[in-house]
Write a protein that binds this ligand. Structure first.
Ligand code: SF4
Length: 737
């Protein structure tokens, strides 16, 4: 019996997962099946409800006596950026939280060398006295140990005194990784694992609940994660006092760990899912959006997590370490992303009691049990049909879009017979890009490409495999559109083809070609024939082109003309969704466009791929995007590749304003996941904007073999070749059209 079946059987029998099984799950790359099992277990325990709370983080000080290696937050007294709030300031912040409807303040910070235990007590008392309705969740086991040592009291005495002035529960921080091999390496001056566990045991015995965390994605190995979770499971067996388990993904910046990248979304989701399966005595597994980013946190709701944490308002600790999810999320936005993951948002207090508010958004009506039953039958029929490799009709695909589980969609998408790279591979295409509007001379453009190609090879040890000439419309209407200059374009294509004979050569702009033909008073076919003769291999849809400029029929006609001229093409299909609120994407229009492309494409024909994108201005969440990728794979019979273009993937996490060190594209968190839900390609990577290594790493992180791929016409590539420029072809004759 394979691993996943045996885990499923263990769970079905109500038995506990062994450490060995948990470790094997970490080592497995079957993300869909692990996610599906975790989702099932979570649904049995929590239904489709997802909790969040309205809370505020208040970090009283970042001045800390310790120096944990992974910490970007702490400062020494007098150091640049050191701060300490007065008790009055804490009360003001708590007041702001109450005004915004918070039911909880979460207070954790550094171990201030000059603050006495009484100061901490006064802080709790002042906040509680001013706002008796608020729940104070404060002080990690590390802070409590510090306070106990300062006050020469036991942990129990400290807790009783703090409880007496208003402390409600404990957060789960400071656990990091319990195993001494790792703990000694990253935070040797912190409380030991045993002390951390003992502090929480004491709190539980005093009737206080707490959370627990695990900091992963740095130097620990999978077996350290399992060891960590085993110790938590044991304490939960003993006391039952943990509210939630919260895996914390490592934030890579401004610390001494020497790690320069975020955890992969693939690892985040697997860790959450395994936690849900292994920690059978925990009701709640939290997807802490502050560290995971909103995209992964939303997806986590389908991988066993049932809590998104809260509005947070002012988070400093992970932000200083490179956290890029922002400092706050509004209540309605949290509800929207939960609803768009097809779950029901429930506001909770700290102890997971539902909170009702007069202004709560109305819950959507449930459909009748009969309708639900017939819908389930139709869904099963569609899935059986897809399982047998049969084409699905529009109504069946729509049923899957609205009601199918993400994991089922992924599983079905991975069985489509035509799909490219079904041998455990995925591709991407490192390219050099030129914007036709910026070309002053062909010779200068060739020099620029040559320099950029060599720089890429030197920097990343990866050779670009293609050149893309972007026919983008000029930003200003006054600018002279290069689309008018067919002579220049042909000269450039000719020069590129002869200067870089081994590279793929493509144009970006299906509609640009159409406009150019109009402007130059030639037919599209004449234009395409010239481009082919000059050496062009392919034409791709441009991200700058709106899908509404031309009808679908006209676009299909353009692709046919390209193919008749001997050119390959790729097309983009956009998913639209209402810009505000939790409305469903327009699945029908999306699927119809995919099916229209599929109809025109013979298997292995010149329509190489469909690129799945979100319409500009649409609110398409990650969970919806992954669903769209899987549906595209199911609907696009005859087309080999579905591209999830990393450079243009919709993400919920803000990308900007976080400092120069944070140059990674937020989609790098989710790209690896698309490869398990029907995509086989992460698209063209402009090597001057995005690191090809980072993209190749995404593919490896998904447990797949990376292919650096050029158009099939050139034979595809599995290895890079020396980046060569033909020195005799700096000057080319002006071509006549
Ligand atoms: S992690 Fe906590 S204890 Fe360690 S240095 Fe940072 S603030 Fe201090």
């Amino acid at each position: 019996m394979d691993l996943l079946s045996s885990v499923a059987q263990t769970i079905a029998k109500g038995e506990r997962l062994s450490d060995e099984a948990a470790l094997a799950l970490f080592e497995s790359s079957d993300l869909i099946e692990i996610g599906r099992l975790a989702d099932q277990v979570n649904r049995v325990r929590n239904g489709d409800r997802v909790f969040y709370n309205v809370n505020r983080h208040i970090n009283p000080t970042n001045i800390c006596a310790l120096s944990c290696k992974f910490c970007a937050y702490s400062r020494k007294p007098g150091e640049d950026g050191a701060y300490a709030y007065s008790i009055d300031e804490m009360v003001v912040k708590a007041g702001e939280a109450v005004e915004q409807g918070a039911t909880e303040v979460h207070m954790v910070g550094g171990l201030h060398p000059r603050w006495k235990f009484e100061h901490y007590k006064d802080m709790v008392q002042a906040v509680k006295t001013a706002y008796p309705q608020i729940h104070i969740k404060a002080f990690t086991a590390v802070e409590l140990d510090w306070l106990a040592r300062k006050a020469r009291k036991t942990i129990a005495e400290v807790l009783v005194e703090l409880q007496g002035v208003g402390l409600g529960s404990l957060p789960g921080g400071g656990a990091e990784i319990f195993h001494p091999e790792i703990r000694d390496a990253i935070c040797d001056t912190k409380v030991s694992a045993e002390q951390w566990i003992d502090t929480h045991r004491t709190a539980h015995k005093l009737g206080m609940h707490s959370n627990c965390t695990m900091l992963y994605g740095h130097i620990e190995k999978y077996h350290h994660r399992v060891d960590h979770m085993r110790r938590l499971r044991q304490l939960q067996d003993e006391t039952g006092g943990f509210n939630a388990f919260i895996p914390l993904s490592f934030q890579p910046f401004q610390n001494e760990m020497g790690i320069d990248r975020y955890t992969f979304g693939y690892d985040d989701l697997k860790t959450l899912a395994i936690a849900r399966l292994y920690l059978d005595n925990f009701r709640h597994v939290k997807a802490y959006w502050v560290m995971l980013g909103q995209d992964i946190a939303q997806l986590a709701l389908q991988f066993g997590a049932n809590d998104l944490d809260g509005t947070v308002i002012e988070e400093k600790i992970s932000r200083m370490a490179g956290g890029r999810a922002g400092m706050a999320m509004g209540r309605s936005y949290i509800e929207q992303i939960i609803t768009k993951a097809k779950r029901t948002p429930v506001e909770r207090d700290t102890l997971y009691n539902p909170v009702s508010r007069p202004d709560a958004s109305p819950r959507s009506e449930r459909i009748s049990p009969n309708a639900e039953q017939s819908q389930a039958v139709l869904l099963r029929e569609a899935m059986n049909k897809a399982d047998c490799g049969h084409k699905l009709q529009l109504d069946e695909l729509l049923n899957l879009a609205h009601h199918g589980s993400l994991h089922e969609l992924g599983r079905l998408a991975n069985q489509v017979p035509e799909r490219q790279n079904d041998g455990g591979e995925a591709s991407c295409m490192p390219i050099l890009s030129l914007n036709l509007n910026n070309i002053t001379s062909v010779a200068a453009a060739i020099d620029t490409l040559s320099t950029a190609g060599k720089a890429c090879a030197a920097k990343y040890q990866v050779e670009p495999v293609g050149i893309t000439i972007d026919l983008a419309t000029p930003a200003s209407p006054q600018a002279s559109p290069a689309e008018h200059d067919l002579g220049l374009l042909l000269e450039l294509v000719f020069a590129c083809r002869h200067s870089f004979p081994a590279l793929d050569l493509s144009l970006l702009g299906v509609k640009g070609v159409w406009r150019m033909a109009q402007n130059e008073h030639v037919t599209v076919t004449e234009l395409l024939t010239c481009l082919k003769q000059a050496g062009l291999s392919r034409i791709d849809s441009s991200p700058h082109e709106s899908e509404t400029d031309l009808t679908q029929k006209e676009i299909i006609q353009l692709h046919r003309q390209m193919h008749a001229a001997g050119l390959c093409s790729t097309a983009k299909v956009e998913l639209s969704a209402p810009m505000h609120g939790s409305g469903e994407p327009q699945w029908e229009a999306f699927l119809k466009r995919i099916m229209a492309f599929a109809e025109m494409a013979p298997v292995g024909g010149p329509l190489l791929a469909l690129s799945i994108e979100a319409s500009p201005g649409s609110f398409v969440t990650t969970s919806e995007y992954l669903r769209a990728v899987a549906l595209a794979r199911l609907a696009a019979h005859g087309i080999e590749a579905i591209i999830a273009p990393l450079a243009r993937m919709p993400t919920l996490s803000p990308a900007s304003g976080l400092g120069t060190a944070l140059s990674q594209h937020p989609a790098e968190k989710i790209a690896s996941l698309c490869l398990h839900y029907g995509a086989s390609d992460l698209g063209a990577i402009d090597v001057e904007k995005l690191s090809p290594i980072a993209v190749i790493d995404q593919i490896r992180a998904a447990g797949l073999r990376p292919l650096v791929q050029a158009t099939r016409e050139l034979g595809g590539r599995q290895e890079s070749q020396p980046f060569a420029v033909n020195p005799d072809l700096r000057h080319v004759p002006r071509l006549k059209v």
